[in-house]
Write a protein that binds this ligand. Structure first.
Ligand code: BES
Ligand code: ZN
Ligand code: ZN
Length: 481
């Protein structure tokens, strides 16, 4: 799918005229709108065939312009930028259904072309394993707009859309097709996009050498070898300390001996969503080449049951030397992350560190499926993240880490326990556990258990399955800190 911005009307298989609710006015489109088309739109709007409500779509009579088919697409209260992205996605989905090769979007001057390209890229996403002969993508999307938009801005937005759809693919792949080794292999393929990207893969022997007892234990019950992947991109000055992104990559979370029951286990291929987000970020980095030094660390592992699996009651020692008693084998993500975070903090010495993980069911109870829970140890970093997330239209909400939780996560026979019965506040307890492994590094944790994968429904931007959440926020972080 190629995008371009045109200053004159073009022929198209389908043309979508973006119409804001209540504020429709022919003057919004300059000379792009012929008087006959303007007349027809005005008539349809005043007849209330289309009032411009978000997602409302109506086809116009042919003949008033060059396009084979013309639609009005409602964009809600036009100034709601977030709805512009959704409208673009819905229009693109319609074009796919119609198998339109050449698509044109006629956009009011006030519209944000970044969000329009982003929406179209997201709307183009489909995932299927099997017969895909019905799948279709338009080859050309032309934005008819008087708004200034450079080729560079356009390319950057396309790159981010591709990265997001790459993340979605990784998460949507079934667990038999997305093992720790396959995930590590996907990281390596990124070096094909940009040769200056460095990707190092460590196996279990190396994990043991590094004394990563927490991470190693989670994979003990699986025949698949655990993998830690370290990615490095140097776009900044040599002397600049890097920003680090760490991801939970549990390619299937059966829960271990604290086995997950039916209705909870089926979707657990999504448990490598954090790792997929890190790889998506590097997919974008490989193309967009930001002027920053960036490090990625992912812990890829399966959490299964077998005679080798770790057990409730085991006491582990992580890379930082602290001991952890296993009170619940299903609280495995924090174990994997603990060693990855400590590795990143001490070996790579970042100036700022973030992690993403489908970490707790509790975050879904607290914030639902559209808001990502964040926690951290540094007020400035939290403020930067909130701003980046707001500009990305990806809601986040901060949850607390307090001394009360710090007390409750302490062990009696060990330094820490990985889960405490009866405290509640599961997401905060998990965040508090992680805090022990970041040293003094300014750090923000993103719990994406509710936002990374939607088993039901889907929405304007994402079909059922992986959403690719957080990539826009992290892109803004990389560009702003
Ligand atoms: N992978 C799960 C969390 C999860 C839940 C991800 C729902 C996506 C959707 C995590 O490893 C887990 O099992 N957490 C437990 C923790 C509990 C045992 C302390 C949970 O949230 O129930
Ligand atoms: Zn679990
Ligand atoms: Zn998990």
């Amino acid at each position: 799918m190629k995008f371009s911005v045109a200053s004159k009307s073009v022929s198209a298989d389908s043309l979508f005229v973006f119409v804001p609710e209540k504020k429709w006015n022919a003057k919004l489109y300059g000379t792009f709108l012929s008087s006959s088309l303007a007349k027809q739109i005005a008539e349809r709007m005043s007849a209330k065939d289309c009032e411009g409500k978000l997602g409302e779509m109506v086809q116009l009579f042919p003949g008033s312009n060059d396009a084979k088919k013309t639609f009005l697409i409602g964009t809600g209260k036009g100034d709601q930028l977030v709805d512009q992205r959704k409208a673009a996605s819905l229009a693109l989905r319609k074009a796919k259904k119609l198998k339109s090769k050449k698509v044109a979007f006629l956009l009011p001057d006030i519209f944000d072309l970044k969000r329009i390209v982003s929406g179209a890229m997201l709307g183009n996403y489909e995932f299927k394993i099997g017969d895909t002969k019905d799948q279709f993508s338009p080859s050309q999307v032309t934005l008819l707009s008087r708004t200034k938009f450079s080729q560079q801005e356009l390319d950057a937005e396309v790159a981010l859309g591709e990265a997001t759809n790459f993340t979605r693919d990784l998460i949507n792949l079934p667990p038999n097709m997305m093992t720790p080794k396959i995930l590590a292999g996907k990281a390596k393929t990124l070096t094909k996009i940009n040769k200056s990207l460095k990707v190092k893969v460590l196996g279990e022997k190396e994990l043991l050498k590094l004394k990563m007892g927490n991470f190693y234990a989670v994979g003990q019950g699986s025949a698949e070898e655990s993998q830690m992947v370290v990615l490095e991109y140097n776009g900044g000055k040599k002397s600049d300390k890097p920003i680090a992104f760490v991801g939970k990559g549990v390619t299937f979370d059966a829960g271990g001996y604290n086995l997950k029951p039916t209705k909870y286990i089926e979707t657990m291929k999504c448990d490598m969503g954090g790792a997929a987000t890190v790889l998506g970020l590097f997919h974008w980095i490989a193309k967009a080449k930001p002027k920053q030094n960036v490090i990625g660390v992912i812990g890829a592992v399966e959490n299964l049951v077998s005679s080798n699996a770790f057990k409730p009651g085991d006491i582990l020692t992580g890379m930082n030397g602290q001991t952890v008693e296993i009170t619940n084998t299903d609280a495995e993500g924090r174990l994997v992350l603990s060693d990855c975070l400590y590795y990143a903090a001490t070996k790579l010495k970042p100036r700022l560190m973030m992690d993403a993980a489908t970490l707790t069911g509790a975050v879904v109870v607290a914030l639902g499926e559209k808001i990502t829970g964040i926690m951290g140890n540094d007020a400035k970093a939290i403020t930067q993240v909130k701003k980046a997330a707001e500009q990305a239209d990806e809601p986040v909400w901060e949850l607390p880490i307090t001394d009360f939780f710090r007390e409750k996560i302490k062990g009696t026979q060990s330094d820490l326990i990985n889960w405490t019965a009866g405290v509640g506040a599961g997401s905060s307890m998990a965040g508090t556990f992680l805090e022990n492994f970041v040293e003094k590094t300014p750090w923000v944790h993103f719990d994406i258990a509710g936002t990374a994968f939607h088993e039901k429904g889907g929405d304007e931007l994402s079909p059922i399955g992986a959403t690719g959440t957080l990539l826009r926020t992290w892109r803004n972080v990389v560009e702003s800190v």
